[in-house]
Ligand binder design. Structure first.
Ligand code: SF4
Ligand code: SF4
Length: 74
């Protein structure tokens, strides 16, 4: 299962995060202004469109081992 991860070491916590604003699955969250955005793997579909949206190239592709959830359509 592919998923997107925002690398906190690279993310510069932009005032306007296109990854957060434009993710079609609403899988990107940010608790408050000082926190960096993060991807909730439960909602992320792994489309990786966000790799093109981040101007700092902070989005990385990761592969999670299949845990059976895909069969259930999660
Ligand atoms: S656009 Fe990229 S660097 Fe900026 S806040 Fe979003 S994920 Fe972080
Ligand atoms: S991979 Fe797709 S679903 Fe996941 S955070 Fe990026 S844009 Fe959203």
């Amino acid at each position: 299962m592919k998923r997107a991860m925002i690398n906190p070491r690279i993310c510069s916590n932009c005032d306007l995060c296109d990854v957060l604003e434009l993710c079609e699955k609403k899988a990107v969250f940010k608790e408050d202004k000082t926190d960096k955005p993060w991807v909730d793997f439960y909602f992320c579909s792994g489309c990786l469109k966000c790799k093109l949206l981040c101007k700092n190239k902070a989005v990385e592709e990761i592969v999670q081992p299949c845990n059976g959830q895909e069969k259930l359509g999660w």
